[in-house]
Design a protein. Structure first.
Length: 174
C-alpha cells in the first residue's frame, strides 16, 4: 500500500455509514410530509391554532363558518343533530400599499403606481395593508329534533352573519 491510498472500510463501518445515510433520507422525507397534527397538539393553544383556517384557504374558512353555525343552531334548538353548509362569494381580497409617482412634462401630467415592498432580493414582498375574508353567499341548515320555529333560526343566522333571509334555507326534521 502506498502513502496516498486509504485502507478499505471494514464491514462494520460500511453498515454504519449506510445506516446514517438511510436515516438522513428518512428524515428528509418525513420533513417534507404535511404535519399529521399529533405532534402539533401538545398544548390546548397549539390545538386551537391547528384548527384555525389558514389565511386564504376558502374551503377551510367555509368549513369553520359551518361549524360555528352548527353550534349556534344546536344551542338554539336544543339538539346536537345539526348539519350546515356555507357557500362563499369569490375568495379573499387583499389590499397592498402602493406608491404613486406623478410626473409633469410640458403640459401633460402622468402618474404611475407601484407596490411598496419590504426586504430585498428573493425576500422582497409587497406590504399587505388588509385582508378581507370572502362574503357568505348562502347558508343551508338541516336540523333534526328539538323544537324551534324555522323563522327564528333564519332571523338568528341573518343577524349573526349579516346574510339576507332569502339566502338562508333551513330544513327541520322530526
Amino acid at each position: 500500500m502506498s502513502k496516498n491510498e486509504k485502507p478499505p472500510l471494514s464491514t462494520g463501518k460500511k453498515w454504519l455509514l449506510g445506516g446514517v445515510a438511510l436515516l438522513g433520507v428518512v428524515l428528509l422525507l418525513l420533513g417534507s410530509l404535511p404535519s399529521l397534527g399529533v405532534l402539533n397538539q401538545s398544548t390546548p393553544a397549539a390545538k386551537e391554532d391547528a384548527e384555525a383556517p389558514a389565511l386564504g384557504d376558502d374551503y377551510a374558512y367555509a368549513r369553520a363558518l359551518a361549524g360555528e353555525i352548527e353550534q349556534l343552531c344546536a344551542a338554539a334548538i336544543g339538539s346536537n343533530e345539526v348539519y350546515a353548509v356555507v357557500s362563499l362569494e369569490e375568495g379573499y381580497s387583499y389590499t397592498y400599499a402602493t406608491d404613486r409617482e406623478q410626473r409633469s412634462e410640458e403640459g401633460s401630467a402622468q402618474s404611475s403606481d407601484s407596490y411598496l415592498t419590504v426586504g430585498s432580493g428573493s425576500a422582497e414582498k409587497p406590504v399587505l395593508l388588509s385582508t378581507t375574508p370572502p362574503q357568505i353567499r348562502g347558508i343551508g341548515v338541516v336540523c333534526r329534533g328539538g323544537a324551534v320555529n324555522k323563522n327564528e333560526l333564519i332571523s338568528l343566522l341573518s343577524a349573526a352573519y349579516d346574510v339576507g333571509s332569502n339566502r338562508i334555507y333551513i330544513i327541520l326534521q322530526q
